[in-house]
Design a binder for this molecule. Structure first.
Ligand code: NAD
Ligand code: USQ
Length: 382
């Protein structure tokens, strides 16, 4: 299958591009490399050293003989995007290419406006490009579990049956996102649903949970193929942050009470979920929603597990409940459905102690690269 991986230089996109290429798909990466620029802006870095995109694809070709084409450019530039569609004639478009940090979107007005315009307009351009150049192309769009927030009822996969004043309907599940970033994903979902309805586009919205880990079988092949892994207070995510904090002897930064429960999955499952979605396309005009996660945990429980595993590896990790920089419930009900991907064959890599130890081992290897002043959160929701 001819597949575009937009955002293919990023944390989820790079391993996905390699995995799809290994499965024999014709993969093209589209990326404007802006993630590397956020590092420069924030004076931060990936714990693992990362090669340039040119070096990455050259190494992949050298090791496997497989070619991954690249286009460097911005989804917000429609002429560029149109040219990519004309040259590649994609059958699937995997869309990772957005600003994905909640704290980054909450820095100030400029960052909120940037996040929403980058994400919403970029996605709108993708919808128009599919309509104009590849109407049969399956859009596989990365959404987020955070679109739903933390309602006091079970979270369904995109839709909910509602009975109101004696009448019933199947309606989009209510959205209660917790940052301007998460809101951008809700806006995207609405635009995609509408485009499916009016133009007959086929789309799968993957409401992904928090991704942990860094290596897949492919990225592990050579240091030039290594994935990025973030730890700073802006782009680092909960579990990866705790593991890297324990590697450098920093307190584990649980925000507030730590009862915030979130859905998680291993990066190895991210790549597999994308393949499953690609191999089982949505019907024409269908707006399909899958909840892409394998387990959920409270951040306090995760910190305690990291503390125990780190202890077994001779490290002492202290859990600090620091003041929560976000506005969010710190104790709440959480139960979410995730059967669609399982029904299509996903066999989850669950979070075992060995998995935690493996990630911690990599963090220990590169701990000297951590810039310690970037670890504590600096962005406040207030
Ligand atoms: P990332 O920042 O590492 O990668 C995103 C990539 O997209 C970067 O390489 C960046 O340069 C590129 N990009 C951004 N805007 C672009 C634009 N306008 N044009 C072209 N390229 C652009 O992020 P990630 O962690 O790999 O996340 C990928 C996607 O998955 C995002 O949409 C994110 O919302 C979603 N997601 C991520 C997680 C997670 O835990 N990392 C969880 C749920 C959902
Ligand atoms: N948290 C801590 N300590 C930390 C970091 C985070 O307690 O050091 C808490 C946060 O307050 C929050 C939870 O952990 O309650 C998750 O925060 P996070 O930074 O790990 O994840 P989040 O901001 O939700 O965003 C990440 C990705 C985003 C993706 C989202 C999936 O950056 O791209 O969309 O996870 S989800 O959470 O399902 O919406």
């Amino acid at each position: 299958m001819r597949i575009i991986v937009a955002g293919g230089d990023g944390f989820c996109g790079w391993p996905t591009a390699l995995y799809l290429s290994k499965q024999g798909h014709e993969v093209t990466i589209v990326d404007n490399l802006v993630r590397r620029k956020y590092d420069a802006e924030l004076r931060s870095n990936s714990v693992t050293p990362i090669a340039t995109l040119d070096e990455r694809v050259a190494k992949w070709k050298e090791l496997t003989g497989k070619e991954i084409k690249t286009f460097i450019g911005d989804l917000n530039h429609y002429d560029f995007l149109s040219e990519v569609f004309r040259q590649t004639e994609p059958e699937a478009f995997v869309h990772f290419a957005e600003q994905r940090s909640a704290p980054y979107s909450m820095i100030d007005r400029e960052h909120a406006v940037y996040t929403q315009s980058n994400n919403v307009i970029g996605n709108l351009n993708v919808l128009f490009a599919i309509k104009e150049h590849a109407p049969d192309c399956h859009l596989i769009k990365l959404g987020t579990m955070g679109e739903y927030g933390a309602p006091n009822i079970d979270i369904e996969e995109g839709y909910i049956e509602i009975e109101h004043k004696g009448r019933k309907d199947r309606l989009p599940y209510p959205k209660q996102p917790g940052s301007f970033y998460h809101l951008s994903k809700v806006h995207d979902s609405h635009n995609i649903m509408f485009a499916c309805k009016i133009w007959g586009i086929r789309a799968t919205d993957l409401n992904q949970g928090i991704v942990y880990g860094l290596h897949t079988d492919e990225t592990e092949l050579d240091p030039v193929l290594y994935n990025r892994v973030d730890y700073d207070g802006v782009f680092g995510t909960a579990l990866n942050r705790f593991l890297i904090q324990s590697a450098i002897g920093h307190d584990l930064t649980v925000y507030g009470a730590g009862g915030q429960t979130r859905a998680f999955l291993n990066i190895k499952d991210t790549v597999r979920c994308i393949e499953i979605a690609a191999n089982n396309p949505a019907d024409k005009g269908e707006f399909r929603v899958f909840n892409q996660f394998t387990e959920y945990f409270s951040v306090k429980d995760l910190a305690e597990r990291v503390q125990r595993v780190a202890g077994e590896m001779g490290l002492s990790a202290n859990i600090a409940h620091i003041e929560n920089p976000r506005i969010e419930a710190e104790e709440h009900y959480y139960h979410a459905v995730n059967t669609n991907l399982r029904d299509l064959g996903l066999e989850p890599n669950l979070l075992t102690d060995d998995v935690l130890k493996g990630i911690l081992q990599v963090a220990l290897e590169y701990k000297d690269r951590v810039i310690e002043e970037n670890v504590l959160p600096t962005v406040s929701w207030k």
